[in-house]
Unconditional design. Structure first.
Length: 54
């Protein structure tokens, strides 16, 4: 199983969880804009961490 398939499965499971137990569920409930903000934030952190290593 490739990483994208595995990630998709995990996200589908978490999307069905109770919001009290799943941050992913909370993001899905808030909508696409909140999901995109989180992806943007995490991408920015990854880029900065990579720069700091070089």
């Amino acid at each position: 199983m490739d990483i994208i398939t595995k990630l998709s499965q995990v996200l589908e499971q978490r999307k069905k969880a109770e919001p009290n137990y799943s941050y992913v569920k909370k993001l899905y409930d808030k909508g696409t804009e909140e999901i995109l903000k989180k992806v943007e934030e995490e991408t920015f952190e990854l880029i900065n961490a990579t720069r700091e290593q070089h």
